[in-house]
Design a protein around this ligand. Sequence first.
Ligand SMILES: [Ca+2]
Ligand SMILES: [Ca+2]
Ligand SMILES: [Ca+2]
Ligand SMILES: [Ca+2]
Length: 315
Amino acid sequence: MKIKSLIPVFLLTLGFMACNNDDDGGNTVEVRDVAEVEAEDDAELQLYLETHFYNDEDFQTPTEGFDYKIVFDTIAGENAGRTPLADQVETMTIDFQDVPHKLYYLIVRKGDEEKGESPALGHQVITRYEGSLTNGTVFDVSNVAVPFNLPIVNGVNGFNYIFPKLKTGTGKAENPDGTITWNQDYGIGAVFVPSGLGYFNAAQSGIPAYSPLIFKVDLLTFNELDVDVVLISRTETASSPDGIPSHLEDVDGDGDPRNDDTDEDGIPNYQDADDDGDGILTEFEYDADGDGVPDDSDGDGTPDYLDPDNQIGNN
Ligand SMILES: [Ca+2]
Ligand SMILES: [Ca+2]
Ligand SMILES: [Ca+2]
Ligand SMILES: [Ca+2]
């Protein structure tokens, strides 16, 4: 009797937890039509951009102690004459499930024009950031520098695209107390992300399903990555870097290494330790003669590591 009566309670509890599970996996609600959601999100973002401004005057003439943080506010009252973000943002178009999505971004400070460099998808960026909803609610923030490996996979795809638009600054200085101060010339920007390039129908902690997202970022610096893996069983992989930085494994040069998969095995080259699938690891085919130039043994213009016809003993 006791056990029987416990079962429905147990099931009820599980059901409740599933409904309120807002941990990493997200709480997935009904999947809506992507184009329909995109249109709603774009309208919401446009409205936000038309009715809000940022503290551009503070950045133009910084007062002592200015923290170089972007502040958005509503155009109203004493701020009625401020320039709407809509007049200052630029756009790019990124597909989600074959539906073009408009991403709006704001360059507040590009970075150092002479010494600064722009990262690509494939780099690890070191950034401070803040993520919020269009109602201003902040769901995530880091005021200390943290690393993100680009491209972000299974996260906010829209977050990736602001960084290549910015440049780094001239570096940092260590203070007598051991803390770091970044020179005030690194890139600062924001990106306005439709939910299709965010979490779409998967609610997260502090983020309802189908929420457009806003991220403010500081691009402090970036590093090269080399993240290739080999399959050691059907479900397990082992790290096996191939010596080619991820951002240089963008074979078609479109700025995104996720769509370059020479052997079409579903693993893009930047994660695949054997790009052409010929059984010889890229690290042994790339520059076997060590002259710093990728080898092309049969001279057909396709380097050996991307050329399955061309392997040792098959020249
Ligand atoms: Ca690599
Ligand atoms: Ca590519
Ligand atoms: Ca592959
Ligand atoms: Ca190979």
